[in-house]
Ligand binder design. Structure first.
Ligand code: SAM
Length: 263
């Protein structure tokens, strides 16, 4: 990019990666095969974009900023590069032929909703390599009992194998962000890690249980709109003390609770 490159827009989370060692590590984690379909969200000034194309990707990139889109179009001309100006949260991913990988340095302000959006498409995605705020990455991988264990941990671990590839310091970006980052590698599972009869109900229970972290589970569920007597009866039936707090329940226990309430 040149002197005329647009100024970074904070509202769109524009912290551009400038470290080529980190670029290489992200591309290595993606294990791009020649001709493989890759979706990049927020190509920005194109550091990952160029690397992905060099490694032979068939690349679709979705960028919201029209100025960056114009600059990228001027700089990269390749029959293997399709750049769309759109909000990635509303992009119709189901139209992309499956399978594909997602490689992205996500804008922080949108990383959690985008993650949930991409998880909805998991059956078509073979791998995601995502740069996230470190704190979010730590929530994704947290085991039950961990200090970062929460809705994100349970929901992501239900549907995917996830690990932190490596951490990235703020000095690797311009402008420098206020937080550290981590690159995660997420591989969707062929089916949920534990069987669940009603996944929407499972999600409601998990959100309810973590909605009031300090409350007894039965109270938190009642606050989330479940009938207290039904919640207490279900908990008793499966041998979970209603006085426990939601954050102490494992994925398997949440599934058991959801199935019992479903029945
Ligand atoms: N990939 C580039 C890099 O690594 O340097 C840029 C990463 S920057 C953290 C996030 C990028 O996402 C920016 O280019 C920003 O304009 C773009 N972006 C922000 N919100 C977006 C949205 N809703 N849809 C698509 N792109 C978005």
């Amino acid at each position: 990019m040149t002197e005329t490159t647009p100024r970074p827009r904070k509202s769109w989370g524009q912290n551009f990666l400038i470290d080529h060692n980190i670029q290489r590590k992200i591309l290595d984690a993606a294990e791009v095969q020649p001709g493989e379909r890759i979706v990049e969200i927020g190509p920005g000034r194109g550091i990952l974009t160029k690397g992905l194309l060099e490694r032979g990707a068939e690349l679709l990139a979705v960028e919201i900023d029209p100025l960056l889109v114009a600059a990228l179009r001027q700089e990269i001309s390749s029959p293997h590069f399709n750049l769309i100006q759109e909000d990635a949260l509303h992009y119709p991913y189901h139209r992309i032929p499956s399978p594909y990988k997602v490689v992205a340095n996500l804008p922080y302000y949108l990383s959690t909703p985008l993650l949930f959006r991409l998880l909805e498409e998991r059956e078509r995605i073979s791998r995601m390599v995502l740069m996230l705020q470190r704190e979010v990455a730590e929530r994704l991988v947290s085991p039950v009992g961990g200090k970062n264990y929460g809705v994100l941990s349970v929901m992501v671990q239900l549907y995917a194998e996830v690990r932190i590839g490596f951490h990235v310091s703020r000095g690797c970006f311009r402008p420098r962000p206020d937080v550290d980052s981590s690159v995660i590698v997420l591989t969707p599972l062929p089916r949920p890690r534990v069987p669940v009869k009603d996944e929407a109900l499972f999600g409601r229970i998990v959100r309810g249980a973590f909605g009031h972290r300090r409350k007894r589970l039965a109270n938190a569920l009642a606050d989330a709109g479940f009938q207290r007597t039904a919640a207490e009866a279900a908990l008793q039936k499966i041998g979970i003390d209603p006085a426990r707090r939601g954050e102490t329940l494992s994925l398997g226990e949440f599934a058991l609770l959801a199935d019992t309430l479903f029945d």
